[in-house]
Ligand binder design. Structure first.
Ligand code: HEM
Ligand SMILES: [Cu+2]
Length: 541
């Protein structure tokens, strides 16, 4: 945008504050808009989960009816995936990658901004379903056919959901593409590919998966749209199975899109608070890329029980994922073992991530084994498994990164007391909510049911889970309060590098100037992936 000189004062007029945010081309502002929108939606989707948990607390409660319950789990699940965790994951990269690789701006900033607007518009479109006469979409986040056809899911809710999910997905893809472009082509001199930080590498792998996998979702959604007008399409089973292939070709990699960036964040936090370089940098980079490639070959494990896929093949590739995952775990452990750890709030979240995410990963290997999966399919065991990966894993990594980079982005540190309250309530809440669900699943409780019978014997486990979700709710309140109070009081003003971290973004001011580095905050010489640590070792900072 060329700013015109004011002929009277000779100064460049600054745009109005709202315009400078809503039509900004600064990657940091676009990212902060995305993260704020997604956090608001996270509270909304979490509130829907609390209603579900209240309904399930005891057998035969009548808080919500079956129809509304179906809307709740559909919008909760699809909202969390399409509108909360995936966009935040990509937006973390949008904020940080240009800073970490020393670029003054993101490549194609207007395309990036369009991405935000498509995403925000998509979110509004999906939620608008709640005010239509038939209610919001109710066929689950997977929208399997023929359930999602006009015959079984009449009403505008599903149409709005299709449109909104499509728009939000295109928006996320635009952001991912411009970040990838930035890393590949806009690095500062000296910043070779093997000197970009682990977090930026995790975003390279993530964005590659976004670009490779998300188009498949767009085609799958398009297929539903066709089927909603030409209903005979899905009377042929080949199209129903075909839909599942297209959906899961997207659906498995997206799970990794929702945790790679947070593994990257945890890696930066662990090495900072251990005061060491990240252990096994090259092995981690290779394993991230191998992991991303392999993730494109396992989708059929979601279709074992259709009897239409080669179980042995998909089981083998799924179990092979243990190799790159194991390398990343060893690298994380190698970074912290024997080091003197500083237990600041970001580090607490990063440390809890390690064992909790392991539970999600190992139970994934269990359901990746056909004999186990035939038994567990569509039970609460699966609900427990994926919430361990998404809540106990991704969300904890997200919070580690959030507390870590909040001072860089805003110039103030988040409060410690509320940070600790948030952390401990999350640890207790997560495990009390989701651990009993493994046993409920083994005992035979199916997922996506609005209630159960007193004779089923599911009452105790569900009551415990509901109490846990109350703790999670309190934890999230502490988090919200912490953000609001820290920003309003601005008591703990952040220096440039409050944690003594190692990577390039800490060389600039907090918050960074519009073009990331300036005369007061020049880019230091880049000789490794830890330029700030190098400066400190040379005694220059
Ligand atoms: C924070 C606390 C959370 C609680 C208490 C919670 C609770 C629930 C409940 C009760 C269900 C319904 C299970 C069923 O009937 O099948 C559900 C489904 C689901 N949740 Fe969560 N959830 C939480 C967070 C998350 C997060 C952060 C994600 C992340 C991406 C997520 C993703 C999903 C998905 C994908 C489904 C499946 C929806 C479907 O069956 O279509 N949840 N959750
Ligand atoms: Cu999968």
């Amino acid at each position: 945008m060329t700013a015109e000189l004011d002929t009277v004062t000779g100064q460049v007029p600054s745009p109005s504050p709202s315009r400078s945010w809503l039509a900004t081309t600064d990657h940091k502002r676009i990212a902060l808009l995305t993260i704020s929108t997604a956090l608001l939606l996270m509270f909304g989707m979490g509130a829907l989960a609390l209603v579900m948990r209240a309904q399930l607390a005891q057998p035969e409660l009548g808080l919500v009816n079956n129809d509304l319950y179906n809307q709740l789990f559909t919008i909760h699940g699809s909202g969390m995936i399409y509108l909360v965790i995936t966009p935040i994951a990509v937006a973390f990269g949008l904020y940080l990658v240009p800073l970490q690789v020393g670029a003054p701006a993101v490549a194609a900033p207007r395309l990036t901004m369009l991405g935000y607007w498509l995403y925000a518009g998509g979110a509004v479109t999906i939620l608008a379903g709640f005010v239509t006469t038939g209610g919001a979409a109710k066929e689950g986040w997977t929208a399997y056919t023929p359930l999602s056809t006009a015959r079984f899911s009449p009403g505008f809710g599903t149409d709005l959901w299709l449109l909104g999910t499509f728009a939000a997905t295109v928006g996320t893809m635009l952001m991912a593409a411009t970040v990838l472009w930035t890393v590949l082509l806009k690095r500062t001199p000296g910043m070779t590919m093997l000197r970009i930080p682990v977090f930026s590498w995790s975003m390279v792998a993530t964005n590659l998966m976004v670009l490779a996998a998300f188009p498949s979702l767009l085609i799958a959604l398009g297929m539903i749209a066709v089927g909603r007008t030409a209903s005979e399409l899905f009377s042929q089973n080949v199209f129903n199975i075909g839909y599942q292939h297209l959906f899961w070709f997207y659906g498995h990699p997206v799970v990794y899109v929702m945790f790679f960036p947070f593994v990257g964040a945890v890696a930066e936090v662990l090495s900072t608070f251990a005061g060491r370089r990240f252990f096994g940098y090259k092995a981690t980079v290779l394993s991230l890329l191998a992991f991303a490639a392999l993730s494109m070959s396992v989708w059929g494990h979601h279709m074992f029980t259709t009897g239409q896929v080669a179980d042995n093949y998909y089981s083998l590739t799924s179990i092979m994922l243990l190799v790159p995952a194991g390398i990343e775990y060893l690298a994380m452990l190698g970074t912290i073992i024997g080091a003197k750890l500083r237990l600041a709030v970001p580090m607490l979240f990063a440390l809890a991530f390690i064992p909790q995410f392991l539970i999600g990963g190992l139970t994934g290997i269990m359901v990746g084994t056909p004999v186990v999966d035939y038994q567990m399919q569509d039970s609460y065991f699966v609900v427990a498994h994926f919430h361990y990966t998404l809540v106990a894993g991704s969300l904890f990594g997200l919070f580690a990164g959030f507390y870590f980079w909040f001072p860089k982005a805003t110039g103030v540190l988040l409060g410690k007391g509320l940070g600790h309250a948030h952390f401990w309530l999350m640890v207790a809440g997560t495990n009390v909510t989701f651990l009993p669900m493994f046993w409920l699943g083994v005992a035979g409780m199916p997922r996506r049911v609005a209630t159960y019978l007193p004779t089923d014997g599911f009452g105790t486990g569900n009551l415990i889970a509901t109490i846990g979700s109350g703790l999670l709710g309190l934890g999230m309140l502490a988090f919200a309060l912490n953000i609001v109070l820290s920003l309003a009081r601005r008591k703990r003003v952040a220096p440039d590098n409050p944690w003594r971290a190692h990577t390039l973004e800490w060389a600039t001011s907090s918050p960074p100037p519009p073009h990331n580095f300036d005369a007061d905050h020049p880019i230091p010489p880049i000789r490794s992936f830890t330029p700030m640590l190098d400066l400190r070792k040379e005694g220059r900072r």
